[in-house]
Design a protein around this ligand. Structure first.
Ligand code: SF4
Length: 57
């Protein structure tokens, strides 16, 4: 699995997470907002996230 060193990520629950390295493995991601107007980091989300299929959350 290739690590994209340009996309740092700490969401280890995602199937695209690089595991030991705190990075994403996708070539690109889409970041969206979960509020109509984003004024802080918590108002944004990685919309490319997919939960690992072998775990239930
Ligand atoms: S898709 Fe998003 S949440 Fe998943 S590893 Fe990549 S940056 Fe992180």
């Amino acid at each position: 699995m290739d690590i994209n060193s340009s996309i740092g990520c700490r969401v280890s629950e995602c199937k695209y997470h690089a595991g030991d390295s705190q990075h994403c493995t996708l070539d690109k991601i889409m970041v969206g907002k979960n509020e109509s107007y984003s004024s802080k980091a918590e108002d944004t989300d990685c919309e490319s996230f997919k939960a690992k299929e072998d775990k239930a959350y």
